[in-house]
Each structure stands twice: as structure tokens, then as C-alpha cells.
Write a protein that binds this ligand. Sequence first.
Ligand SMILES: [Zn+2]
Length: 71
Amino acid sequence: MIELMIKDKQKYLDENYPFAEKIELTDIKECIHCGQNIQVSKYKVYKDKSGFEFICCPNAPKCNGTLIDWI
Ligand SMILES: [Zn+2]
């Protein structure tokens, strides 16, 4: 997995967030993988070998949670 640098994080989030509910960079969520409160703006993006891009927990790679683990 390689980490991608995202210039416009709100735009990327709007285009790639899989749920109908909107999410803002200023939102605070809890990552159920590492149990920490995270600020959405600090998310990381990783790309796997097939080219799929994952929006990951700010604590990645230590935490392997992705945005579906944020509550
Ligand atoms: Zn996490």
C-alpha cells in the first residue's frame, strides 16, 4: 500500500465517501479500531496494488481502520 497525498481533502472526501450522509473535515469521529477520537481532516489515503484507494484512519499505518470504522 502506498500513501497518496491529497491536495483538496474535502473534494476527495465528497467524491469517495460511500455513504449518503455528508461528512465534513471538521467532524470528530471515533475510530472503532484504535478507539481514538479522530478529526476527519487528518484522514490518510492509501492505494493498494489493484489501484483501489482507501480512506484510512489518521493513525494509519498503526491502525488499520478505514472510514467505515468511524462512528
Ligand atoms: Zn483508527
